[in-house]
Design a protein around this ligand. Structure first.
Ligand code: SF4
Length: 457
């Protein structure tokens, strides 16, 4: 198996020189950039709104145990059921048990990164259950057999021509269909699935402690349809998504819309508080909320990294990141890409195996600048580097190289001793990657001391 750092370098190298990929990404991020100021204009004091949001998430995470217990108590009162899952296996087992008890053959699923994290579709398919993505971008990605490219815009790297071709190849449609016609094709297929599915699966943008509800934000109405027709609704959500009160949505909804897509408010915002009550005709008869830990409490236990749990998954840091814009979402090889993915993945998975992501950053701070909840992303990337050194995950060779470098740098005599030829040799043998896409380093034939003396004479 290729080590994940090497796989990342290989994929990133290919993408960084793919001009067509860059054109598509720049086009889509350009549209996002021109929409965002319109959303921001609704805030009389945007910085204050961001700080308030950060404070609210701070409070929610500092009292997480209490908030989640309140949520469970309040949802249970309304007939919902909370399932606590420590890891992927527990979450998948719980979902499978619910599906099998109901003899489920088809699941309709709205967009949810956490179900990507646990690879739900593949798991259900292995157990003979069809799981259909109902968000258009996710549906396109599922048709293409690819994971989402971006946490908000799953098919951001595809042009309308790419999608028309994909539909033609997979569904036999005319390759000249317009985006509107393609949407109608997907809609026809998906509408049949909503009424056929026994179970609907969604994520949640927020877990609301004081009312025992979940809030779902979307632009297509597919999450509403996924929860309206099937008799059973399963919510899979990371336990950090909690907010203390339903009134906090007045701040979080516009922030999420503005930083996610540049809208003032997203087209559909639903608050779901348990299954349908007796006498109500629409809605599921049962509602399960799976609260997934999967490494989040180990982030919570780290007082510096805890801040990364404030993330509301708006995707703004991805759009702002010069590295993401060049290498694209798939190079990361992880569910969460871009700056936030590089911060949390080493902690959700394995620091040793994913530490390279924290080095894939110029530390320019653009990500921190745009984050609606003011997460100090670039400082957390730096902190990941510190932790990886402290935990000796970088290997003895790197440690030795830095020791040698320090020793030489602190000695004028040793600095002067290196001839240009010796420096060329060092670069050629010890910093091989430097020369692959860069001009050859031209070392001065004279040392700094020699030039200084000449100037003074
Ligand atoms: S870290 Fe901030 S900018 Fe990035 S996705 Fe999360 S909330 Fe958005």
């Amino acid at each position: 198996m290729i080590e994940s750092g090497s796989a990342f370098m290989a994929k990133a190298t290919v993408k960084a020189s793919d001009m067509e990929h860059r054109r598509k990404i720049n086009f889509n991020i350009g549209r996002y950039n021109s929409a965002v100021p319109g959303g921001q204009a609704q805030f009389s004091d945007l910085q204050l709104a961001r700080q308030r949001a950060k404070n609210l998430k701070w409070r929610a995470l500092e009292t997480l145990d209490q908030q989640l217990e309140d949520f469970e108590m309040n949802l249970t009162k309304k007939g919902g059921k909370v399932i606590w899952a420590e890891n992927t296996d527990q979450a998948l087992e719980a979902i499978l048990a619910i599906c099998q008890e109901r003899q489920c053959k088809t699941v309709v699923k709205s967009k949810s990164m956490v179900t990507e994290e646990i690879h739900l579709n593949d798991f259900l398919s292995k157990h003979g259950i069809e799981s259909i993505e109902t968000d258009l971008g996710e549906y396109i990605q599922q048709l293409d057999g690819e994971p989402p490219y971006h946490i908000v815009t799953p098919a951001m790297h595809k042009s309308k021509e790419d999608i028309a071709k994909l539909f033609s190849d997979k569904l036999g449609t005319d390759p000249r269909l317009t985006p509107e016609q393609l949407t109608l094709v997907a809609r026809d297929i998906l509408r049949a699935k909503y009424v056929q599915a026994e179970v609907g699966v969604t994520g949640a943008n927020f877990i609301i402690a004081d009312t025992g509800s979940i809030a779902v934000t979307e632009n297509e109405g597919n999450a509403r349809l996924s929860t309206a027709f099937p008799k059973t609704h399963i919510v899979v959500v990371g336990l950090e998504k909690v907010i203390p009160s339903i009134t906090d949505l007045a701040l979080f909804w516009p922030l999420l819309a503005t930083f996610g897509t540049g809208q003032k408010v997203t087209a559909y915002n639903s608050i779901l508080s348990g299954p349908s009550a007796s006498g109500e005709e629409d809605g599921p008869r049962e509602m399960f909320v799976i609260l997934l830990d999967n490494g989040r409490t180990s982030i919570l236990a780290n007082p510096v990294q805890r801040e990364s749990l404030y993330c509301i998954r708006c995707g703004a840091c991805l759009n702002a990141c010069p590295v993401y814009k060049n290498i694209g979402g798939h190079s990361y090889g992880t569910t969460y890409s871009g700056p936030i993915g590089s911060v949390i993945t080493p902690h959700l998975k394995d620091l040793g195996q994913y530490k390279h992501l924290s080095y894939a950053s110029s530390l320019c701070g653009n990500c921190t600048e745009v984050c609606p909840v003011r997460i100090n992303l670039h400082e957390l990337l730096l902190e990941n580097r510190h932790e990886s050194v402290d935990e000796h995950t970088n290997g003895w060779k790197e440690g030795l190289s830095w020791k040698v470098w320090k020793r030489i740098s602190l000695s004028r005599r040793l600095m002067n001793a290196g001839s240009p030829k010796m420096k060329d040799y060092m670069v050629a043998h010890f910093v091989k990657d430097w020369g692959r896409r860069r001009a050859k380093l031209a070392f001065s034939p004279k040392t700094f001391n020699e030039m200084w003396r000449e100037q003074r004479m």
